[in-house]
Design a protein around this ligand. Sequence first.
Ligand code: SF4
Length: 482
Amino acid sequence: MKRFPLNGELRSTEPEHPREECGVFATASVANVSVDIFYALRVLQHRGQESAGIAVYNHEGIKCIKGMGLAHQALKNEDIQSPKGDLGIGHVRYSTVGSSTISNAQPFVVSTNYGDIALAHNGEMVNSDKIMDELKKKGWAFITSSDSEIIVRLLANDISNTGDPVRALKNVMSTIQGAYSLAIMVDNRVFAVRDPFGFRPLCVGRTKTGYAAASESVVFDTLGGEFIRDVEPGEIVELLPGEIRSTKTGLAKGRAHCMFEWVYIARADSVIEQKLVYEVRRRIGERLAKEQPVDADVVVPIPDSGRSHAMGYAEGSGIRYSEGLMKNRYVERTFIMPDQSDRTTGVMLKLNPLKSIIKDKRVVLVDDSIVRGTTMRKIVQLVRNAGAKEVHVRVGSPPIIAPCYFGIDMKTRDQFAATGRTVKEIEKMITADSLGYISIEGLVDAIGLPAGDLCLACLTEEYPVAVPGEKVRFQKKLDSFT
Ligand code: SF4
């Protein structure tokens, strides 16, 4: 979901990692679904921590509850029990810092002459500004500036005209461009929709009492259900208590699954496009060890995200793996020091080095990615202060050089360490004895899908979908930029 910062809103100025923007869930059942939705949102919590919401259908229409914070903070026990119904959707939205508002929390619910519509969106449209301008000129009014509201309003308008939710969904899909995995309720019908490139993950499975769709397969493990398959790019899936019905829109133009889902975003125990995320991360580490070897005594992960990559690096290199940095799991990842000048203390609140593991050792620090490099620099210094003889940094994704327009919060080139810097210059900036990234080819091999089926745009500057001012995938000539 794309949204513009509100006046005075403060966002984190120092993201340690790229951030996912949302997680979605949809279900149809023979029993009340609100508790299942709540559990699903807790499982998808890593995809968004700012707000959570549930919309449930019963004979009175769609009831929606939402709030700010983590799912268990946003949705109180008594609220979760109250909207009873056997169809429903849920949403978690990613975390920002400072004054964010409930108006952007999802699901969005609107009323039409066909019935209520509720929408939960993961992803980001690239033509939302253009569509919103056109609609405003026609007299349409919007409550938020989010692209998700555009989708729900287009859908409401189309259904009011056609009375056919599947046809309306197809029409909306041929208008909007970019990344969207959607959970939608249209009156008493519930759908899961994936954009024609399949940027963000979305899968379907069984629950104990029906069928469901979720951003990640791990939800079905927790609900005691069974993962069935990924939703195909460009597919509309209708969920019923006893079956799933598929409509292929014919809009799919080639795949562009976000490589960052495997590198960092998704949970390690999720399966995306038949690839277990944990295994991909381990293979990345192994490949990294072959591509970027170093003489060292110990491989130390940056917890938690670098752990699987580091295990792979240790296996690939034969160097001992040790947990040399302890993480304080009660300091949330958006934590900002009251005094921003005291940044080293901020890192130490989150990570504490184990001197007995690190002292007098040549340490390989492994993480999944480097965005700005400022946090990595502090961690290198922390490890050095703990007595490391040498600190070598190895990174499980190639240098990030371009913004993401498809649902990951990396928006401007000047925030990236790799913008205008060579690897040697970044090495110097983070004060490491050496720095090595996995190659794009190595990453693609580790994921195990053809490069043409992946979005690699933040690494290559070649975008699967035309973005004004950016190069389109497979298009090399500068003079033909859109
Ligand atoms: S640009 Fe990067 S982060 Fe964004 S969808 Fe593509 S691979 Fe993922």
